[in-house]
Every structure is written in structure tokens, then in C-alpha cells.
Design a protein around this ligand. Structure first.
Ligand SMILES: *Cc1c(COP(=O)(O)O)cnc(C)c1O
Length: 376
């Protein structure tokens, strides 16, 4: 944890759990991406953390933005970026939102079906379209399943239709799964992308861009490879599958850019047992799945938790949130070791919470306010 966050929390007077994001860490992470992938443009995945200060910082540093809605597009514009630095990367868009984005000046759109291409052709004529292909997501702790992307065999048809309808068949995109621990995951996807590029060129259409997606990890409990390792693996895969005709590339980091820049301070509300001979304690915090820690779903993301009693003897605990929904349990299948000396009222620090927390927190479930956020 950064000293800046520690200092901020010491001075904090208000109540309740809060996220604190350190912009200096975001800045360092952005520079690390720029250095690890020097020929690749960064399109920050806004959904990871749309705090205006974060958007403004990286907009000033030259970042582009991957957005999923008109709301996100407006946030990016308010942060000072122009529409030509925005990609409307959601493959599921209402036609009226495509039209609105076009009116604003956005000219880069994602699709993974012919029906979506038809909408884009009607509402955003002449724009660039890239086709998202399915990726198996193995090696990722938060795999993105089959919701986005089409099978690779379908991509040429989607892109050919785009071309026929007067759009620019721009390229291919994929996402190797979020919190992807294997830098080689890009190799499989780039092999497929390379094959689609060749197929398209035989049809007389030259694609020019590969969108390498996100997936770059934040450090939770386990060590993860550094972004340079990802950069090298990706460059090697590009060489292997595109030879010396490497296309324009973009990346869409979310978690990798802001995950480790933020930390949540929470409080222990109750420590109890369900029976006298229970050997696992229940530790209830004032934040849970509905307060922003939604990525603990199926215990996928395991956050590091610091307590004021660290160093003392530990015992396994079930950690749960404060709401009256029985799904509001963070870690139970794999209990979490916490100090035996931990007490009600202790403050705990949940690390690497900069991504996918504030916007997941509910509006007022059980009357709990949404997660507070400070950017320093
Ligand atoms: C969410 C998302 C990202 C960011 O993914 P991370 O794993 O957080 O880097 C990138 N691209 C698209 C299209 C996304 O939906």
C-alpha cells in the first residue's frame, strides 16, 4: 500500500467503507504499459474505474478510451478527450446509442454479429468496425465466457458484410479473459487473428488493426508476471503470426491499469460462531458483494486483506458482508486466514481494489449507501 493512501486514511474523519485511489500508481502503470508495448495505443477500459480524476489523468497522458455506453462516452469527453480517441467497444448496442455516438464524433465500433453490423451501417455510416472473436479464457481468474465474440469462422462474414454496407472492415478484437495470468494466452488468439487477416485478404479486403483487449492482471495474493513480460510475449506472437506485416495494435487494459492503485478501508462489524464447537469463525465486514466487492462471486478474485493484528497467529474465517442477502458471503468455500486477535471495530484494508468496485456497488440495498471513493 502506498504511503499516500496510508496518510490519507489516517486523516479521514467520515464513516463507512471507502475506496482510495492513488493517481501516482495509475500514472506509473500507464507509463509501464506505454513502455512495454511501445507501438500499441492504450484504450483504457472505462468500466474498470470511471472516476473523473482517473480519466482526466490518463486523457492528459494521451490515452484513448474503450467505452460501453453513452454514459461512459460522456464521462470521457468531460475528462477532456476528443471523440476520435473513443472506441464504442460493446458488441451489444441500441441503434439509437450508436447514432448518438456517431453524432458526438465516435467512428470506431465493435460488432460480433451481422445484425450489429447492420445497425452500425445504418446509424454510423462509413465508420470503422472491428469484429470480436471468442476466446476460451483459460488461464484467467475472471474468464469472460461466451457472451462476447463470434466463432472465428464467422468473423470474415461479419467483416465482409461491414465492407459491403460501406463501413470500413478495420480488424479483429478479442479478450483473453480478465486477470489473465498466462502471457502466452495472446499467442492462441493472435494465431486465429492472423488466419482471419489472410482469409480476408483473399477476399480482397485488407484488415489493418488487432485489438488485443485487456486481461493484464493486478497483483492480488499471488505474484503475477510484470507487464514487460506480457509485452514481450505479445510482440513475439505478433511476429510469429503476422511476420513482418505486423498490423496496427491497441490494448484495452482496465484492471492492469487501476487495480493495484486503490485500496478499500472497511471495518469489522461482528465476529461470531454458529455453534460452540464451530472451528471456523464468521467475520462480518461493513462491505460485501453489494457494497462493491462483486468480483468475489464464486470466490474468483481473492483480495489481500491487511489487519492491525497482522503477524499474530491466524485461523481460517468465513468472511461476509453486512447485508441481509444470504449471497453476501465473500469467502467460504476456501476460508480466509485472519488473526485470532482480530476484534469487532478493527479497521481492515482490502488491497488492489482500484478496479471493478465502486461501479458495482449497489445504490442502497438494505439502506447502505454506495461505496465512497476518494482519488488522491
Ligand atoms: C472489460 C473489458 C476490458 C478490460 O479488461 P481487463 O481485464 O480489466 O483489462 C477490455 N476490453 C473490453 C472489450 C472489455 O469489455
Amino acid at each position: 500500500m502506498t504511503d499516500r493512501i496510508r496518510k490519507f486514511l489516517r486523516r479521514r474523519r467520515d464513516e463507512g467503507p471507502c475506496l482510495v485511489v492513488d493517481l501516482e500508481v495509475v500514472r506509473e502503470n500507464y507509463l509501464a504499459f506505454a513502455k512495454a508495448l511501445p507501438d500499441t495505443r492504450v484504450f483504457y477500459a472505462v468500466k474498470a474505474n470511471p472516476a473523473p480524476e482517473v480519466l482526466k489523468l490518463i486523457a492528459d497522458m494521451g490515452s484513448c478510451f474503450d467505452t460501453a455506453s453513452i454514459g461512459e462516452i460522456e464521462l470521457v469527453l468531460a475528462a477532456g478527450a476528443t471523440a476520435d480517441r473513443i472506441s464504442f467497444g460493446n458488441t451489444i448496442k441500441k441503434e439509437k446509442d450508436i447514432a448518438r455516438a456517431y453524432e458526438i464524433g465516435v467512428r470506431l465500433f465493435a460488432a460480433d454479429s451481422e445484425a450489429e453490423v447492420e445497425k452500425i451501417a445504418r446509424a454510423a455510416p462509413g465508420s470503422k468496425v472491428f469484429c470480436r472473436i471468442l476466446c476460451d479464457g483459460s488461464g484467467a481468474e475472471w474468464p469472460l465466457s461466451r457472451k462476447f465474440g463470434c466463432v472465428p469462422e464467422m468473423a470474415p462474414r461479419v467483416l465482409e458484410l461491414a465492407h459491403r454496407l460501406g463501413l470500413v472492415a478495420h480488424g479483429i478484437s478479442f479478450h483473453v479473459g480478465s486477470q489473465q495470468n498466462d502471457p502466452k494466452a495472446w499467442d492462441r488468439a493472435l494465431a486465429t487473428a492472423g488466419a482471419i487477416f489472410r482469409d480476408m485478404s483473399e477476399r480482397g479486403i485488407n484488415l489493418s488493426m488487432v485489438n488485443l483487449g485487456g486481461g493484464f492482471p493486478a497483483k492480488y495474493l499471488k505474484e503475477v508476471p510484470k507487464v514487460q513480460v506480457y509485452g514481450r510475449a505479445i510482440f513475439k506472437a505478433l511476429r510469429k503470426h503476422f511476420g513482418n506485416r505486423i498490423p496496427e495494435t491497441i490494448i484495452e487494459p482496465g484492471r492492469g491499469l487501476v487495480g493495484d492503485a486503490g485500496m478499500i478501508e472497511a471495518e469489522v462489524v461482528l465476529i461470531s460462531k454458529k455453534s460452540d464447537d464451530d472451528n471456523v469463525r464468521w467475520v462480518y465486514l461493513d462491505i460485501g458483494k453489494f457494497g462493491g466487492l462483486a468480483e468475489t462471486m464464486e470466490e474468483a478474485i481473492r483480495y489481500p486483506i491487511r489487519t492491525p493484528k497482522d503477524g499474530d497467529e491466524t485461523a481460517p474465517c468465513i468472511i461476509a458482508g453486512p447485508t441481509c442477502d444470504s449471497a453476501d458471503v465473500l469467502y467460504e468455500k476456501t476460508p480466509y486466514p485472519l488473526p485470532v486477535s482480530l476484534e469487532i471495530g478493527d479497521k481492515v484494508l482490502i488491497e488492489a481494489c482500484g478496479a471493478y468496485t465502486t461501479t458495482y456497488s449497489s445504490v442502497a440495498f438494505n439502506g447502505f449507501p454506495p461505496l465512497k471513493s476518494y482519488v488522491i
